[in-house]
Design a binder for this molecule. Structure first.
Ligand code: PMP
Length: 364
């Protein structure tokens, strides 16, 4: 064994050595429909104004540690109930990791429960923090298996339950009553994190219900709204709980450029909201067009992506790739997703280009 291999074997944890890095496909030259990004830029005039603001940034100084102005802007424009603070993260990915680090325990195994398939970082962050992860399979129709969730909660008494609402990669909203039942079942020992990453495209939210449940955390991100590049997520919960979680947050986790760009973009949030509404309309058109293709099953979506089932997902994925269209093949993630593909909703032009390539890939 080479010296570097010996070093790696003695220093890096075996469970880390045995997994692959979070894979992000190289999308140069592709129509990029794999990562649930908003395809629209900010209008040119706004980008120039933003450039002028960024030019004034003091990059020699650390960010203002309290993030008071940005937090106030997030609360006011993105909707957080009065009396509820927010905690900011370098993407909601960082917040998931902070939750796990804060709840992992040295004296006993702490558990994370989530429906599966769902967002992969729930499992990874739990694992990296040293927590046990219990995935509860969705039913074949992709709805939440409430009895199985309640049984897992009773058996494992998890510190954290993550509920992606709408769920990634399935796109559906779980039943709100089921979520309430889960929050209540965790009362006294566990936190329910309702992850509303796709809220701009959904018809329901738990944000206004924070005062009803002491153990509810509502998490969101600006990524899907059109600001994926700046990396900003936030979560809201009872202030006493956020104060504890804040101890785990790395200092200055939101950089100066993100802070300025987010404040600026949220001053113009109506532009982002209009883009989201255009994407919701495009989602309906894309879903209808795919449903009209032979052999394609389209699942209902409350997000900016659509899950479909095709006769042969690997074949369709490869043929789309060869036509320079990048989507996500989720068919291997879990048994209930056999032959499933996930397509991000984009502009009418890109959706049309995808549909043409997709129709050709099915017939070829
Ligand atoms: N939650 C869900 C359900 C997601 O699908 C994603 C990203 N795909 C995230 C959180 C992470 O978002 P962010 O860009 O804020 O880290």
């Amino acid at each position: 064994m080479s010296p570097i291999d010996t070093l790696i074997n003695t220093t890096i944890r075996s469970d880390v050595r045995s997994i692959q890095s979070y894979h992000v496909a190289d999308a140069g030259g592709f129509i990029k429909l794999d990562a649930m990004e908003n395809p629209y830029e900010l209008p040119h005039a706004l980008r120039q104004q933003l450039g002028a603001r960024l030019a004034e940034a003091s990059l020699n100084r650390y960010p203002v540690a309290s993030y008071a102005t940005l937090k106030q802007r997030v609360r006011a424009t993105l909707g957080v109930p009065a009396g509820y603070d927010v905690m900011l993260g370098n993407g909601s990915d960082e917040l998931i990791s902070i939750l796990c680090m804060a709840c992992a325990r040295q004296d006993r195994r702490a558990v994370v429960v989530a429906p599966t398939p769902s967002f992969v970082m729930y499992q990874r962050s739990a694992q990296f923090a040293g927590m046990d992860y219990v995935g509860v399979p969705l039913r074949a129709d992709l709805t939440l298996d409430l009895p199985a969730m309640l049984a897992a909660i009773a058996e494992h008494r998890p510190a954290l339950v993550f509920l992606s609402y709408p769920n990634n990669p399935t796109g559906n909203l779980f039943g709100a009553d089921d979520i309430v039942t889960i929050i209540r079942a965790l009362d006294g020992f566990g936190l329910a994190i309702v992850d509303e990453a796709y809220e701009p495209f959904a018809s329901d939210t738990f944000m206004g219900r924070l005062p009803e449940f002491a153990n509810l955390v509502v998490m969101r991100t600006v990524s899907k709204l059109g600001l994926a590049g700046i990396r900003l997520g936030y979560m809201s919960a009872a202030p006493q709980l956020l104060a504890e979680l804040d101890k785990v947050r790395p200092p200055y986790n939101i950089n100066v450029l993100t802070q300025i760009a987010a404040e600026f973009a949220l001053e113009h949030v109506e532009v982002l909201n209009q883009q989201a509404s255009a994407l919701r309309a495009a989602r309906a058109d894309l879903a209808a067009a795919m449903a009209a293709l032979p052999g394609v099953e389209v699942f209902p979506s409350a997000a900016n992506f659509i899950l479909i089932r095709v006769p042969n997902s690997d074949d369709a994925y490869a043929k789309l790739l060869s036509r320079k269209v990048l989507i996500k093949n989720v068919s291997k993630m879990h048994g209930v997703l056999t032959n499933c593909l996930r397509i991000t909703v984009s502009t009418p032009e890109e959706n049309r280009a995808f549909l043409d390539a997709f129709a050709a890939s099915l017939s070829a």
